[in-house]
Design a protein around this ligand. Structure first.
Ligand SMILES: *Cc1c(COP(=O)(O)O)cnc(C)c1O
Length: 363
C-alpha cells in the first residue's frame, strides 16, 4: 500500500527541535537549554495546581473566564479580546489556519523563532525569510519582502535565539508601512524581562492599528512551561475567529488555576525580573572577559559566539559543558552554527556555566 499523501506543505516541515533535557549517566542536570524561569513557578501557583486534584473528573471552563479576567486586570485589557491558548504556539497555528493557505506567504526574520516557518508549512503557505542586520529584525528588509501574497508577518520581540529587539518606533513604523490587510503578530514571550525604555510589548499597537495581534506566554517569566498557557490580545474580529478555531477545552483546569495564581503573585514576577537584571549582565560580562562574543540580549538568555576562539568550536563547548552536567542550546538549526544559547539560570547555575566555560577556554 502506498502511504497517504498529506496536504501540501506538511512533508516540508522540519520538526521543531527543542532544547535537550537529559544527559546520559548524569542525574542532576543544569538545564539552560529552554529559557525556562530561573526561579521556577510561584509557590501560589504550585498550591493552586495541587488543589486541582480533587476535581479531575470535571471539564475545564471552556472559556477560561477567570484567567482571561485576571490577565485583563493585570494589563488593563478587555477580557473579551483576550484569547488563551495551550501555549502561545497554539495561537500561532490558529492564526495561520485562519488567515493563510496554499500559495500565501508568511514573513519572518532570518534568525526568528523556528516555530514560524513550521506554522506556515502546516497551512501550505510559504515561509519567506527577511535578512537581519547585526542579528536584529530589520523593518525595511521585511517590508521589501511583502508581495500581494503576503498574509502574515511574525516578529518575536525580543527575539529568540538572538536576544535582540526593535524599538517601539520601529514596531510602529513596520505596522504603518505594512498593508492594512496583512496580519502582524507581535510575539512578546520575553516582554516581562525587558527593561529598556524604548521597548513596547505591542499592546498599544494592537489598539492603535488594524489587524495586529500580540501574544504572551506563561512559559517563561511565570515559570509554568509544563502547563502550556499562552494568550493573545486581538482586535474583536480576530478574537471571534480564534474562538471558533480553538479546541473547546484547550486549557486544562490546572493551567487555568495555576495561571491565575501566578499572575496575582506579582512579588514573584518582580523577583524573577530582578534576578535576570543582575545575572544577565553578570554572565555576559564574565563570558566577554573570556574572549567570547556575547550578543546583546534583553531577555533571559544570551547568544554566545565561539568563532573568535582559535581552534575551539561551539560544538566542543556544548560537549564539554554537557560532560559536566550543563545543557545549553545548539543554534545550528537557526543558522547560527558557531553559537550556543544559554539561559540565565539560578545564581549557582550561572556561576557553574561561567566556571566551566572558563575551563573550556583555557584548555
Ligand atoms: C518560548 C517562546 C514562546 C512560548 O511558547 P509557548 O508555546 O507559550 O510555551 C513563544 N515565542 C518565543 C519566541 C519563545 O521563545
Amino acid at each position: 500500500m502506498k502511504p497517504l499523501v498529506p496536504k501540501p506543505g506538511i512533508l516540508e516541515i522540519k520538526p521543531y527541535v527543542s532544547g535537550e533535557s537529559r544527559i546520559q549517566g548524569i542525574e542532576h542536570v543544569i538545564k539552560l537549554s529552554s529559557n525556562e524561569s530561573a526561579l521556577g513557578a510561584s509557590a501560589e501557583a504550585v498550591s493552586a495546581y495541587n488543589a486541582v486534584k480533587n476535581g479531575l473528573h470535571l471539564y475545564p471552563d471552556g472559556n477560561a473566564v477567570e484567567l482571561r479576567e485576571a490577565i485583563g486586570v493585570q494589563h488593563g485589557l478587555d477580557p473579551s479580546r483576550i484569547i488563551c491558548g495551550a501555549g502561545s504556539d497554539e495561537l500561532f497555528y490558529n492564526l495561520a489556519r485562519a488567515y493563510a493557505s496554499v500559495g500565501d506567504e508568511i514573513i519572518y526574520s532570518k534568525h526568528g523563532f523556528n516555530i514560524y516557518p513550521i506554522v506556515a508549512r502546516t497551512v501550505g503557505a510559504t515561509p519567506v525569510v527577511a535578512p537581519e542586520t547585526s542579528l536584529t529584525f530589520n523593518v525595511d528588509a521585511v517590508l521589501s519582502k511583502v508581495t500581494s501574497n503576503t498574509k502574515i508577518v511574525f516578529i518575536a520581540n525580543p527575539n529568540n535565539p538572538t536576544g535582540s529587539y526593535i524599538s517601539e518606533n520601529e514596531l510602529y513604523r513596520l505596522r504603518k508601512d505594512l498593508p492594512e490587510d496583512i496580519l502582524f503578530v507581535v510575539d512578546g514571550a520575553y516582554a516581562e524581562y525587558v527593561t529598556q525604555d524604548d521597548y513596547s510589548d505591542g499592546i498599544s499597537l494592537v489598539d492603535a492599528s488594524e489587524n495586529t495581534v500580540m501574544t504572551r506566554t506563561f512559559s517563561k517569566i511565570y515559570g509554568l512551561a509544563a502547563l502550556r498557557i499562552g494568550w493573545g490580545y486581538c482586535p474583536p474580529s480576530i478574537a471571534d475567529v480564534l474562538n471558533r478555531l480553538r479546541a473547546p477545552f484547550n486549557l486544562t483546569v490546572a493551567a487555568q488555576h495555576a495561571g491565575v495564581a501566578a499572575l496575582n503573585d506579582t512579588a514573584h514576577i518582580s523577583a524573577s525580573r530582578c534576578h535576570n537584571a543582575v545575572w544577565l549582565p553578570w554572565l555576559s560580562n564574565r563570558l566577554k572577559e573570556l574572549g567570547l562574543t556575547v550578543h546583546p540580549s534583553v531577555a533571559n538568555f544570551i547568544l554566545v559566539q565561539f568563532s573568535e576562539l582559535k581552534g575551539k568550536q561551539s560544538s566542543d563547548a556544548y560537549n564539554f559543558l554537557a560532560q559536566h552536567g550543563i545543557l545549553t542550546r545548539k543554534t545550528t538549526g537557526y543558522g547560527l552554527p558557531d553559537c550556543l544559547r544559554i539561559t540565565i539560570g539560578r545564581e549557582d547555575e550561572v556561576k557553574a556555566v561561567a566556571t566551566m566555560l572558563s575551563e573550556f577556554v583555557s584548555r
